[in-house]
Structure formats: C-alpha cells, structure tokens
Write a protein that binds this ligand. Structure first.
Ligand SMILES: [Zn+2]
Length: 397
C-alpha cells in the first residue's frame, strides 16, 4: 500500500533544566553549522572541494577530539542533520543561480536563527522516542520532556524534531508514515495561477480571494512593530513589546496556514490532476513583487497541496510559468499586456480574467492540451466548474 509522510506538531513543556539543556544544544548545533559553512568557504577559496560527505566523515573526529568536549555528548544524527541543513542552503543557492538570479551566498546563523533539530531515526528509538504512552518524548542528552498531544496520531513514527519559536515555546515535530487514502476519481483537472490581487485563479474560472482577516491582523502587526522600535534597546519594555510582536506574527502565520489547508483540501477533493507554477523557474518572487508573492505564501500552499494530493492519490504537476499571462489560452497567440491590465482580450474574440487565462495556460502546458483540444474547447470559458460535461474540464484527460 502506498504510504505518505505526515508531520504532527505538538507543544513541548520542558522543565527549567531541560529548557536550558535544549538551548545549549541549539547553540552548539548553530556553532557547528557556522564552522561547517566556514570550512566550505575556505575550501572554495583554496580550490579544495569540501562536501557534505567529507564533513560527515569529520563528525567522528570532532566527537573524539579532547579540544571539543562539548560535542562528545551530542548525538551523531544531530550533527549529520546540521550538515544536511547546510547542504539545503547551498542547494537553494545554486538553484537560484541557475534560475538566473543573484542570490546571496549561504549566511552564518546568528543567535535565534538556528532553532530546529531533527533525529532522523527516532522510529527505531535512535536518539529520540515517544514514551509514557504519548505523554513524553525521550530526547538523547535532554531527558523525558512533557508533550501535549492535542490530536491522535496515525501511522508509524519515522523522525522526531524539536523547534523553538519566537516566543521561546518549544514544539515537537513528529513525522509519521501513514497509509495513503486515495479519493475517488472525479475526472476533472485544473490549472492554478498565483494571483497578486486574488490569492489564486483556477483554470475553470474560479477566483480564490486572499483571506480577509490577514489584512486586519497586518495592521496590528505594524502597530506592534512601531512599538518595538520606539522602546529603548535592551529595556524590559522593549522585551515585552517584542514578545507582543512575535505573538502577532505567529497569529498571522497560523491564520494563513489554516487558509492554505482549507483551500488545498477543497482543490484536492475536486480535481484529479492539478497543475501549478514551478516556482524555481519563476522570476516573480524577486524584485518589486517579492512582498506580495511572499505574503500570499505560495510556496507553503504548494507544499501543503502537494502533500494532500499525494495522500489522496492525486497528481500535482509543476510547469514553467514563463509567458502564461501573455499567451491566449483559446488560440495560442501572444497578447502582450502590462501588469496593470487585468483582462485578457484576444483578437480571436476570447476575453477572460487575466489570471484565469494564465491558469488555463498552466493547465494546458501541464497536461499537453494542444491544437485539437483548444479548438474543441473553443473560446468560451467554462464557468460552471462543477459540470463534468463542460468541454474545458474534460479535454486534456
Ligand atoms: Zn486568442
């Protein structure tokens, strides 16, 4: 049976001593990260290739080095996890270069910027385990930490991570392998375009609006931000203002995440095959539009959508979005338009919302709808998305 990974996040309640130990551990992992990054930089300058593999070999040496006593007691998997994270930072860096950007070189982690660690083999009780009937997690070198499980977990434990948020709260990230639950086929496919004014446009004409509460909350965030800047550095009142700000940021994050889950669930229910923009080839997230795109949290949404789709046995396809807003989805002609032009109006007679037209192109690129499919579909947009007889929705399958 097909299986998928699901992550559960539960609050941890460490004792004072455990909390101090966790903080110290994160500090050492951060230091190790920075040292590994430094070694890669130096290697690059001197023309010596330093890779994750060569650095992993050095872990044993570090752990037995009398000059590094702090590292002797740290689980090997945690140090391997640090190198994996560093590798991910480099991967992202090279991917952005390949996409034609000018990204910054991976940076050293300041205090407060290295807040998560993962034990990859917790499923076998290696370094971590869920104990006391789910009331505690056992962490290597820390002890048994109280956990609040607010919902039942399914499946088989794989990995266990620990993370600290901006408020200083600790959480367990528990990854479990759960059996996939395929949804019945609907015979309907869809393309989705990232919106700036709306959250997303679907190829069947549906527009998904941005969650409204977010705007209200953002005003509260800005107010809290100003409060922090007014307070004197290092003062108690500034600390208090900062905690307020962190809480409001967390609220925005949670609201957005809920919205992403809800939207993704609805889309996965309705469509068998889902096409989205491949963000790695998208130049949009850079420059002027960065803020709006970032706000819409598109990449988080796509990650949630992909994981839900996988669990439901649906297909998600990523396509190069280049030119999708300029092309006519009815006849294929290029119809150049400025960013502010919200309507696609083609000489062929096809008129459509700019983003819906782009979503239709994304759909067609993913599922190779060409000449015949386009002419079968014709210029008239299929607005009644629920109708499986609509030519637009069935063509391309
Ligand atoms: Zn046209």
């Amino acid at each position: 049976m097909a299986v998928v990974l699901r992550v559960y996040k539960f609050r941890l309640y460490p004792t004072h001593a455990q909390e101090a130990a966790l903080g110290t551990l994160l500090g050492r992992l951060r230091f190790f990260y920075n040292a590994a990054l430094q070694e890669r930089r130096d290697g690059y300058r001197q023309g010596v290739k330093v890779t994750r593999a060569t650095q992993e070999k050095a872990i044993t040496v570090v752990k037995h080095d009398p000059d590094c006593p702090d590292y002797a007691g740290i689980h090997t998997h945690l140090l391997q996890d640090v190198l994996k994270r560093l590798d991910l930072a480099f991967d992202a860096f090279f991917r952005r270069i390949k996409a034609g950007g000018t990204p910054g070189y991976p940076r050293f982690k300041r205090r407060g910027r290295y807040e998560t660690f993962t034990l990859k083999d917790a499923g076998k009780g290696n370094g971590a385990a869920v104990v006391s009937g789910g009331a505690r997690v056992r962490l290597h070198g820390i002890g048994n930490v109280k956990i609040k499980q607010h919902r039942e977990m399914e499946g088989v434990l794989k990995t266990l991570g620990v993370t600290r948020d901006g408020d200083g709260h600790w959480y367990a990230l528990i990854t479990r392998e759960v059996p996939a639950k395929p949804l019945p086929a609907t015979g309907v496919s869809v393309g989705i375009d990232v919106g700036l004014t709306t959250f997303a446009a679907l190829s069947d004409g549906e527009l998904v609006a941005n969650p409204r509460p977010l705007k209200t909350v953002r005003i509260a965030v800005e107010r809290a931000q100003r409060k922090v800047s007014r307070r004197k550095r290092g003062s108690k009142r500034r600390g208090k203002a900062r905690r307020l700000l962190a809480g409001r940021h967390a609220h925005v994050r949670n609201t957005r995440k809920d919205f992403h889950h809800k939207t993704a669930r609805a889309i996965v229910q309705k469509y068998d095959r889902i096409a989205v923009e491949d963000l790695n080839v998208n130049g949009l997230a850079r420059g002027m539009l960065a803020q709006s795109v970032h706000d819409a949290g598109w990449s988080q949404f796509v990650a949630i959508l992909t994981s839900k789709a996988e669990e439901a046995g649906r297909e998600v396809k990523r396509v190069d979005p280049n030119g999708t807003s300029q092309e006519c989805s009815a006849c294929g002609e290029r119809v150049p338009k400025a960013l502010g032009v919200r309507v696609h109006r083609c000489p062929c007679g096809y008129t459509e919302d700019r983003d819906v037209n782009a979503a239709r192109n994304i759909h067609d690129r993913a599922f190779a709808v060409t000449g015949l499919g386009r002419s079968l579909r014709g210029g008239a947009p299929a607005r009644d998305s629920g109708d499986p007889r609509s030519p637009y929705l069935t063509v391309g399958r």
